[in-house]
Design a protein around this ligand. Structure first.
Ligand code: RUQ
Ligand code: CUA
Length: 637
């Protein structure tokens, strides 16, 4: 963003400030400064991508930073007519029998603990899946799952430092393998949780289930992966060490401390390679009681939530939902406690690290600490759900005075006016955060937007973290419901805006008029169409009731934003082809009639004219009737 082009706006705002006075408790000079901080003038571009998880919308939302302007929705786990997702054969197959997902934690792929700009992975809490979005085209390319032996894929998707694995832990526990039935009254004995290692192919990003670690039926919550000294490790909190199976809001809050998991994923990988796993539902499962060195527990303040590793990999910070502190673990002490066996007992054969031996301190940050992010300059930022605030505090090493009184490590607090859930600092989960911006993602809208009735939006706030004091500069709204987000510098990727013709490997792609047409083979009618401004070729398809119709449409444009749709009336079909893309749908024709198809994506002055007919004749009627095998069934060439 160039300062030059902002000057006229500044003048306008300053001029206005001489005549008006601030609303909403912000003084005029702050209003001016805040407006300029997040202002991206028409024609200018944002500096960062903000990838929001879309929660139970099943999608990912992309906004720009600092403007917070929404840019696009990337459909992942739910059909999205706007981009034709879920209507063509390929995306339909990826969705399988599901039409929704619950996306919580997006993770950008990393190389050497830095974003490498290749993929974005997201989890589905509801149907136990992980999806991969390719950042070359911002499209979903794989949905893996439902993952066997895994129920409630919430503690996910946490990526390892070189994208070796996506690590996941289960929120729910059930009798395993899935499909086995036991009485929830036998929860402690019959139910189990799981930590899963989803292997990522380093070249293609293709995921497959690698291995799993059996756990007690705790409800695993949030986690993160290690780097630097904690390289090869991962961490999760849990909120139900009580192993309650009913009235959880009471029964799962009995203990003052819950057990967090400390997982050596490299050791798990090796144990599986060494044949120490047993198969369940096709997956090698490690029992940590039988294979020591893979899983440890550590007690954490009452019903914790987030567990975040700082950019150096040394400090692991857990938020205690029901305690007004964040607990800072020192990974070097964790390592020493493991080596020296400084345990305070065990649970089902898994050692519990002695709390005092691994904790660096409990920082009194305020009420309801959930998640913590880092700026790479030694500061941590924690969301306070109950206090509706963001608190900035200092990571260790602490001075003696701070150690004695950790309130001194608390540096600043800014009111969010909402109940903040997740927050994200640009690059916090890498070794080199960009810092600069923090986005708070809030729950409960608090009526701060224009009244839109009972179905309320979600809100985000932009906070400038470049100074000693945090500064809230803007507020924005989205569809339900962002949980976590990732921020990537725009300059770090170069997505393709057109699929090059010579990279289209679809065997049914057609680029020349001569290759288009409609052919019948028995009951199967295959149509190959091209789409280009402003017509389909052919623009007529003849078939009969009872036929299987297969339509392949190639958008032969090689120009940016020349997108064409193929909507077929009364058949619930809307494919959308980007420039250079071929898509396919199959339908069984069940009703006679003449059904127009038309381009659904506004493409040119003659977009409205871009239409044609599917003529569905009674059986045995129409062009090519009775001719089994071969012949053209109409459609002009
Ligand atoms: S959780 S508000 Cu789904 Cu990430 Cu913490
Ligand atoms: Cu093609 Cu509208």
């Amino acid at each position: 963003m160039k300062t030059k082009s902002l000057l006229p706006l500044a003048i306008v705002i300053i001029a206005a400030s001489l005549t008006g006075c601030g609303k909403g408790g912000t003084n005029q000079s702050d209003r001016t400064a805040n407006a300029l901080a997040s202002y991206v003038a028409p024609g200018e571009k944002d500096e960062y991508y903000l990838f929001y998880s879309g929660g139970h919308s099943g999608q990912v939302y992309v906004a720009g930073l600092p403007s917070l302007r929404p840019i696009i929705t990337i459909p992942v786990f739910a059909p999205h007519p706007g981009t034709g997702y879920g209507f063509d054969d390929e995306s339909k197959k990826m969705l399988g029998d599901f039409t929704w997902g619950d996306v919580h934690h997006p993770a950008l792929s990393q190389t050497n603990s830095k974003y490498d700009g290749r993929w974005l992975f997201v989890n589905d809490n509801a149907n136990n899946r992980i999806a991969r979005i390719d950042l070359r085209d911002f499209k979903t390319h794989q949905i893996l799952g439902p993952i066997p032996n895994s129920i409630g894929n919430h503690g996910s998707s946490f990526i390892t430092e070189n994208s070796e694995y996506i690590l996941c832990a289960t929120r729910f526990s059930v009798p395993l393998p899935k499909g086995r039935v036991a009485d929830p009254n036998d929860y402690e004995k019959q139910f189990n949780g799981m930590v899963s290692g989803i292997k990522v192919d380093p070249q293609t990003g293709e995921m497959k289930v690698g291995w799993q670690i059996l756990t007690p039926p705790f409800d695993w919550d949030l986690g993160s992966t290690g780097k630097g000294p904690s390289s090869g490790w991962a961490f999760w909190t849990s909120y139900n060490t009580e192993m309650a199976h009913d009235t959880l809001e009471v029964n799962a809050s009995q203990k003052d401390r819950d057990l967090a998991a400390v997982v050596n994923w490299r050791a798990a990988e090796k144990a599986v390679a060494d044949g120490k796993a047993e198969m369940m539902d096709g997956v090698p499962i490690i029992d940590p009681a039988k294979v020591p060195g893979i899983l440890y527990f550590v007690p954490i303040g009452k019903s914790p939530h987030g567990m975040d590793v700082d950019p150096t990999g040394k400090w692991v910070v857990a938020g205690g939902k029901l305690s007004p502190t964040t607990t800072v673990l020192n990974f070097e002490k964790v390592q020493a406690a493991i080596n020296d066996k400084t345990f305070e007992g065990e649970f089902r054969g898994v050692p519990i690290l002695k709390y005092e031996a691994v904790v660096e301190g409990e920082v009194p940050v305020g009420l309801g600490p959930l998640h913590t992010q880092f700026d790479g300059k030694g500061n941590a930022y924690t969301s306070l759900f109950i206090d509706s605030a963001i608190v900035k505090w200092k990571l260790p090493p602490w001075t003696d005075a701070e150690k004695k009184d950790l309130t001194k490590a608390v540096l600043d607090k800014v009111q969010a006016h909402f109940s903040t859930g997740h927050l994200v600092v640009a690059g916090s989960d890498t070794a080199n955060p960009y810092g600069k911006w923090l986005v708070a993602m809030n729950k409960l809208s608090a009526g701060r937007h224009v009244n839109v009735g009972p179905s309320q939006p979600e809100s985000s706030q932009l906070i400038d973290i470049t100074g000693d004091k945090m500064k809230m500069v803007a507020e924005s709204y989205t569809d339900p419901e962002p949980h976590f987000a990732q921020i990537l510098k725009v300059s770090e990727i170069q997505p393709e805006e057109v699929y090059p013709k010579d990279e289209n490997k679809d065997p049914n792609a057609v680029w020349d008029k001569d290759a288009t047409g409609v052919t019948r083979n028995g009951n199967q009618v295959v149509a190959k169409l091209t789409a280009i401004r402003s017509h389909f070729t052919p623009d007529r398809i003849d078939a009969q009731v009872g036929d299987d119709l297969i339509v392949h449409v190639t958008n032969i444009e090689q120009t940016r934003d020349m997108i064409h749709g193929f909507g077929l009336v009364e058949h619930n079909i809307n494919m959308v082809m980007d420039p250079g893309e071929t898509k396919t749908f199959h339908i069984k024709l069940t009703k006679p009639g003449v059904f127009p198809f038309y381009c659904t994506n506004f493409c040119s002055a003659l977009h409205q004219e871009m239409q044609g007919y599917l003529v569905v004749w009674e059986p045995g009627k129409g062009p090519g009737a009775g001719g089994a095998g071969g012949g053209s069934t109409g459609g002009g060439k």
